[in-house]
Design a protein around this ligand. Structure first.
Ligand code: ATP
Ligand code: MG
Length: 432
């Protein structure tokens, strides 16, 4: 029994009292994405395991250790999405969206699943807002998607987020760099952690990303990719910086950012906050020019990023950023007796049809507990209907803040009249 009433470790509930915080953030993300021409894409929560193995990359932590993979009754291996890019890329290939004109611009708001050690800012089910742009190699696109992230953070009023950028080159310049890195890390073979030892051969760049203090100390003096970039990658990186300057977006070049995906090329970046401790990266992304080819499509330069919504909300909470609370109930109508209850139900319906939030008793309680409930939901106005009111066709609407009472006829114009009354009260409130 205990199992039924306990959520799975590393998952969180968003309760009705809290969900407005999520909706506020999500709405701003949707609005900003729309301003930049991005439309929502929704893909399934699970995909063929092979897609993530390819799309995220065999040598990544995500694929090696973190995926929720299981066999279906039909003996297929499927995986809960650990991130949003692979599914989006699969969908644009499957539906040949490239034929509909480039670039393809999409955003997603989804849950992701990773088997990680749960801690503050690190969950097993978490949520991401992500941007996907396919079919452009221009550095202007890099700056534009970063600017979209920046404008979301500005609208959320988040302070002290640092944008850190790097270029990890293309497969051509990276080959040289890998060689240099390998030579460098070979010297420290005895000190590197076990995971990094396996990275040494397959993907030495990932050692730069290692969170173990010993490895990151060794990594500090490792050769830097910027010194190995080919002419094209160098110029791309410089132009991204120029466009960021034009957009007046502050950034710092951080040569240790390599990101978690295998198919990242050229620009990589992170937005990091100091407000939430060690899981401070709220947004990460970059270019993945080789991804679509890796999934069997044509060469299609692409880019994108994802931000963790839980981490963003944590930053906002820690910075005391206020999120507007939803409107409370405009009108609560208590009905005493069968006839009055029917009338209350009818009036409440008309007020709702008029576009306002109204409630009446659906539990069958007496007057006192009903008024207590009206108080609890923060009703702005309340009204009590009994046999008398029904007989006269008129009832008193009470402003719960000022105590002021206004008589309203309970006819077909009731909702309209109530709406006017509520608006006037709202105005008076603003003017105070
Ligand atoms: P980290 O280095 O923190 O593990 P990552 O490189 O694995 O992050 P990405 O795959 O780039 O993260 O995901 C983008 C964003 O999603 C992260 O910057 C973070 O905000 C959020 N995120 C990633 N993993 C988790 C998780 N387990 N719980 C909560 N948020 C997460
Ligand atoms: Mg991770």
């Amino acid at each position: 029994m205990a199992l039924i009433t306990k959520k799975i470790k590393g998952t969180e509930d968003v309760l009705p009292k809290q969900s407005y915080r999520w909706q506020f953030v999500e709405n701003i993300m949707r609005e900003e994405a729309a301003k930049f021409g991005f439309k929502e894409i929704r893909t399934p929560v699970f995909e063929h395991t092979e897609l993530f193995a390819r799309g995220v990359g065999q040598t990544t932590d995500v694929v090696q250790k973190e995926m929720y993979t299981f066999e279906t009754k039909g003996k297929e291996s499927v995986t809960l999405r650990p991130e949003g890019t692979a599914g989006a890329a699969r969908a644009i290939l499957e539906h040949s969206l490239t034929n509909e004109g480039l670039p393809i611009k999409a955003y997603y708001l989804t849950s992701c699943y990773r088997y990680e050690k749960p801690q503050a800012g690190r969950l097993r089910e978490f949520h991401q807002f992500g941007i996907e742009e396919y079919g452009t190699s221009s550095p202007l696109a890099d700056a534009e998607v970063i600017s979209l992230a920046d404008s979301i953070f500005k609208r959320l009023q988040i302070r002290d987020l640092h944008l850190e950028i790097n270029s990890i080159g293309c497969p051509a310049c990276r080959a040289e760099y890998h060689k240099a890195l390998k030579e460098y890390f070979e010297e420290y073979k005895g000190e590197l952690c076990e995971t990094c030892l396996t990275r040494l051969d397959k993907n030495p760049m990932r050692i730069l990303d290692c969170k173990s203090p010993v490895c990151s100390k060794i990594a500090e003096n490792a050769p830097k990719i910027v010194d190995y970039l080919c002419e094209e990658c160098q110029s791309h990186f410089q132009q991204v910086q120029r466009f960021l300057d034009t957009a007046k977006i502050d950034y710092k070049i951080n040569p240790t950012i390599v990101r978690g995906l295998d198919y990242y090329t050229k620009t990589v970046f992170e937005f990091v906050s100091d407000a939430i401790g060690s899981q401070g990266t709220v947004c990460g992304g970059g270019r993945y020019d080789g991804l679509i080819e890796e999934l069997g499509g044509q060469h299609l330069p692409s880019l994108g990023y994802a931000m963790g919504i839980e981490r963003l909300l944590m930053v906002m909470e820690n910075q005391g950023i206020e999120i507007p609370t939803p409107d409370t109930c405009a009108l609560y109508i208590a009905g005493l007796g069968d006839n009055a209850q029917v009338k209350a139900f009818e009036l409440v319906q008309s007020v709702r049809e008029f576009g306002l939030y109204a409630e009446t008793d659906v539990v069958g309680r007496g007057l006192r507990p009903q008024m207590k409930y009206a108080d609890k939901i923060g009703a702005q106005f309340s009204m009590v209907i009994g046999d008398n009111e029904i007989e006269q066709g008129v009832a008193k609407v009470k402003n719960m803040t000022t105590g002021e009472q206004t008589e309203l006829a309970m006819d077909e114009t009731f909702a309209q009249k109530f709406s006017r009354l509520q608006m006037t009260a709202k105005f008076a409130d603003i003017q105070e």
